[in-house]
Write a protein that binds this ligand. Structure first.
Ligand code: X5A
Ligand code: ZN
Length: 660
C-alpha cells in the first residue's frame, strides 16, 4: 500500500473542527487562592483530557483573542465595559474585593480583565471561523463563563456574556457572512438569564435554555427562566425555556426535550448557525447541578443538533464544576464533532413525570409560534415515566457507585467549599421539603410494596445467605469492608431455591468500596445455551428489594418513593426489553426480569445494557474478582450444596477469564 493513502484515518476525521484554548484565561482566580468551583483548573483539566486523547492534533487550533470594546458594547453597557476593563489595574487593588462582594457570586483579581476579554474575544473568533466556513464547527474552552452576565452587571461567575457577544458580532458586524438566524442552545444547568434578555425582542436569535428552575428557587432564582417567558414584540416565540421542576434530570429527560421541543423547532427556525452555551454542570457528578447527563448523553444531544445549520455549530464553555465530568463530557462532544459516525440516541431510563408535564406546558405555550409543537403528545409516550425524584443527601458520596476515587475526592472537597460559600440556604430548603415529603409518603408505599413478593435472583456474593442477610438485617460479614445498613423490613427471605440460567456471568471493575480492589460479578441477561450461571433465588418483598437496590447502588440515598414500584414491576414483566434502569448511579441499577417461579416474578440487578456493551468492546475492563468477594461466592455455592469447593472455584475462574 502506498504511503499517505490513509483512507481510514481520513474518513474518520474528515470534518474540520476548530479548537481554542489559552492558558491566559487561567489568570482569573480568587484573590487569595480561596477554593471556588469556578477555578482555573476547570479549563486545564479539559485541555489535558483532550491532549491525552490526541484530540488537538486532529483539530484546527485557533488562537485566543481579546474582544474589542465596540463588539462587547453590542450587549453590555459602557459602564460595565469600563468596570471589567479597569478592575485589574493597580488603582483598583483596594476596591476589587469590595466591588466583588457587592455583586452576586463574583470574585475578581488582577487577572480577571484579561481573562474576560479573552473569553469574549475567543467566542467571537471561533464563531467567525465557523461562519466563514474555515472550519465546520468549533469548540472554545473559555472562562470566565458568560451566560449570567447582564448588560450592566457581572453575576453568577460571569463577567462578559461571551456567547451573546459572538452572536451579536456576526449579526451586526458581518452581514456578508450571511448568518441571519442564530440558534443559541443553553444546556448549562442554570438559566441563561442574560442571554435571554439580550435577545428578548430579537427574532434573529432563537434562545433556548433548559435548566433547573424549581419554580424560581434554583440559581439565578427568578421567574425569568419559566416557560411562560417567550420573548416580546418581534421576538415573541423566539425565547424558549424548559424549566425543570426537580433535580436529577438525566439523558432520558434531555432526549425527550430534544425530541419533542428543540429539534422540531430548530427544523422550523432553520438557523444559519448554532451556538451552544455549553456548560457541563448538568453532567452526572456535578456538585452544583444535581443532574445526571452522561458524556454519551451530551454526544447524542450534540449529534442531533449537527443535522441543522449545515453542521455549523460552536460550543462555548459555560459552567461545569466536576473536573472529571466536564473533561469527559467535552471530550465526548469534540469526538462527535470530529467523527462522522452514527450514534445511537437511546436511553433505557424513562423521563420523569415532571419532565413530560414541563414538555407539554412548553409545547402548548409555544404552539402558536411553532406549528410542529401543536400536536398533543400520545399518552403511550407520556405514560412512560420514572418514579419521582427524591433528594440525595451530600453525605452519600461514599457510595459504591463511584468508579473513581480521585474525582470523588474532588467533588467532596467542592461540596465542603460549597456548603460554606454557595447557596447554603437553597440546599437546606431542598433537604427539608423533601424530608417532609419522605416522612408522609414512605409509609404508604412501603406497606403497599410489602404485600408483593418477588424472587430476588443473586449471582454474585449475595448468593451466600449470610452475606445477603447483611442487606436485610444490617451488619457485616468478614471480607466486607464496611457494614450494611440493612432493609427497613428485616424479615428473612420466606423461601430460598437454586436454579441455573443460560446467561453469562462475568467480572468487571477495578475496585469497589465493598470489597476493595478487584472485579465484581455482573450478568449479561442475553440468553445463550452455552452459558450457565448459578443463581440463588430469595423470596422477599418488593419493599425489601427496593432497599437492596439502594444498598447495592447508592448507600445513603434517601428513598422517599420507591425506585422500583408496582408500575415498574408490571412493565418489566409484560414488555420488552424486560429491564428497567432505576435512578441511581451505581453499577447495579439495571433491574432485569428473568421470568417467573411459582408464578412469582424473578428480578435481578446488573449493569446497564450500554455498560455491558462497554465490557464487550473493551471500554470497560473485565477484571477477576476481589479475593474476599470470590470467597463469598464460593461459600454460597458450597453451603447451598450446588458445587464442591473445587468446582466453585473453577466456575468463578472460568467466568473471570473467558472473554465476553
Ligand atoms: C456559569 C454558572 C453558576 C452560578 C451559581 C451561583 N454559574 N451560585 O454555572
Ligand atoms: Zn451553570
Amino acid at each position: 500500500m502506498e504511503v499517505g493513502d490513509g483512507v481510514d484515518s481520513e474518513s474518520k476525521s474528515q470534518r474540520r473542527v476548530g479548537l481554542l484554548y489559552d492558558e491566559r484565561m487561567c489568570k482569573h482566580s480568587t484573590p487569595d487562592g480561596e477554593p471556588h468551583p469556578e477555578n482555573p483548573d476547570r479549563i486545564k483539566v479539559i485541555w489535558n483530557k483532550l491532549q491525552a486523547a490526541s484530540i488537538p492534533q486532529r483539530c484546527v487550533l485557533l488562537d485566543a483573542k481579546e474582544a474589542e470594546d465596540k463588539h462587547i458594547l453590542a450587549v453590555h453597557s459602557q459602564n460595565h465595559v469600563n468596570l471589567i476593563k479597569n478592575i485589574s489595574s493597580k488603582q483598583f487593588d483596594s476596591r476589587r474585593n469590595r466591588i466583588a462582594s457587592k455583586l452576586n457570586s463574583i470574585y475578581l483579581n488582577e487577572g480577571s480583565s484579561e481573562a474576560a476579554y479573552l473569553a469574549a474575544g475567543s467566542a467571537i473568533e471561533v464563531t467567525e471561523r465557523v461562519a466563514k466556513g474555515e472550519v465546520d464547527s468549533a469548540v472554545a474552552i473559555i472562562r470566565p463563563p458568560g451566560h449570567h452576565a447582564e448588560e450592566d452587571e457581572a453575576m453568577g461567575f460571569c463577567l462578559f456574556n461571551n456567547v451573546a457577544i459572538a452572536a451579536s458580532y456576526l449579526l451586526n458586524e458581518k452581514p456578508e457572512l450571511l448568518i441571519k438566524k442564530i440558534l443559541i442552545v443553553d444546556w448549562d444547568v442554570h438559566h441563561g438569564n442574560a442571554t435571554q434578555k439580550m435577545f428578548w425582542k430579537d427574532p434573529r436569535v432563537l434562545f433556548f435554555s433548559v435548566h433547573r428552575h424549581e419554580f424560581g428557587t434554583f440559581y439565578p432564582a427568578t421567574d425569568d427562566g419559566f416557560y411562560t417567558m417567550i420573548g416580546e414584540g418581534p421576538g415573541s416565540g423566539y425565547n424558549i425555556n424548559v424549566p425543570w421542576e426537580n433535580s436529577q434530570c438525566g439523558d432520558a429527560d434531555y432526549f425527550a426535550v430534544w425530541e419533542h421541543i428543540l429539534l422540531p423547532v430548530t427544523k422550523e427556525f432553520n438557523p444559519d448557525l448554532i451556538i451552544v452555551s455549553a456548560g457541563f454542570d448538568a453532567a452526572i457528578g456535578d456538585p452544583l447541578g444535581g443532574c445526571r447527563i452522561t458524556p454519551h448523553g451530551y454526544s447524542v444531544m450534540l449529534k442531533k443538533l449537527m443535522n441543522f445549520a449545515d453542521g455549523k455549530i460552536v460550543l462555548a464553555l459555560e459552567g461545569g464544576y466536576n473536573f472529571e465530568s466536564i473533561a469527559k463530557s467535552m471530550l465526548a462532544c469534540v469526538e462527535v464533532l470530529l467523527e462522522d459516525k452514527p450514534i445511537l440516541g437511546s436511553s433505557v431510563a424513562y423521563p420523569f413525570e415532571s419532565t413530560w408535564r414541563v414538555i407539554q406546558a412548553v409545547r402548548k405555550k409555544l404552539s402558536a409560534y411553532w406549528p410542529s409543537l401543536a400536536d398533543e403528545l400520545p399518552e403511550e409516550l407520556t405514560n412512560r415515566k420514572a418514579p419521582p425524584a427524591v433528594y440525595v443527601p451530600n453525605s452519600s458520596s461514599d457510595s459504591e457507585a463511584e468508579e473513581d476515587d480521585e474525582s470523588q475526592k474532588v467533588s467532596e472537597h467542592l461540596e465542603e467549599v460549597l456548603q460554606d460559600i454557595i447557596e447554603p440556604l437553597s440546599k437546606l430548603k431542598v433537604a427539608e421539603s423533601n424530608q417532609d415529603h419522605a416522612a408522609c409518603n414512605s409509609n404508604t408505599w412501603r406497606s403497599e410494596l410489602s404485600k408483593v413478593d418477588i424472587w430476588y435472583a443473586a449471582f454474585g456474593s449475595n448468593l451466600w445467605l449470610k452475606r445477603l442477610l447483611c442487606y436485610i438485617e444490617g451488619g457485616q460479614v468478614d471480607g466486607l469492608q464496611k457494614p450494611c445498613v440493612g432493609s427497613v423490613d428485616k424479615t428473612s427471605p420466606k423461601e430460598i431455591m437454586w436454579k441455573t440460567f443460560p446467561y453469562r456471568l462475568f467480572f468487571g471493575r477495578e475496585f469497589s468500596l465493598s470489597w476493595g480492589p478487584g472485579g465484581v460479578a455482573f450478568l449479561d441477561p442475553e440468553s445463550n445455551s452455552q452459558d450457565k450461571t448459578y443463581i440463588c433465588l430469595y423470596r422477599i418483598t418488593l419493599e425489601q428489594f427496593n432497599d437492596l437496590l439502594v444498598q447495592e447502588n447508592h448507600e445513603g440515598y434517601v428513598m422517599s418513593s420507591p425506585l422500583f414500584d408496582l408500575t415498574a414491576l408490571n412493565s418489566v414483566t409484560v414488555e420488552e426489553p424486560h429491564s428497567l434502569q432505576v435512578r441511581l448511579e451505581g453499577w447495579y441499577r439495571n433491574v432485569v426480569y428473568l421470568g417467573k417461579e411459582h408464578d412469582i416474578p424473578i428480578l435481578t440487578m446488573t449493569c446497564t445494557p450500554s455498560e455491558i456493551e462497554g465490557f464487550k468492546s473493551g471500554e470497560h475492563a473485565l477484571c477477576a474478582p476481589a479475593i474476599n468477594y470470590a470467597n463469598m461466592i464460593v461459600r454460597g455455592l458450597v453451603e447451598g450444596k450446588q458445587l464442591s469447593q473445587e468446582e466453585a472455584m473453577a466456575y468463578i475462574q472460568e467466568a473471570s477469564t473467558k472473554g465476553l
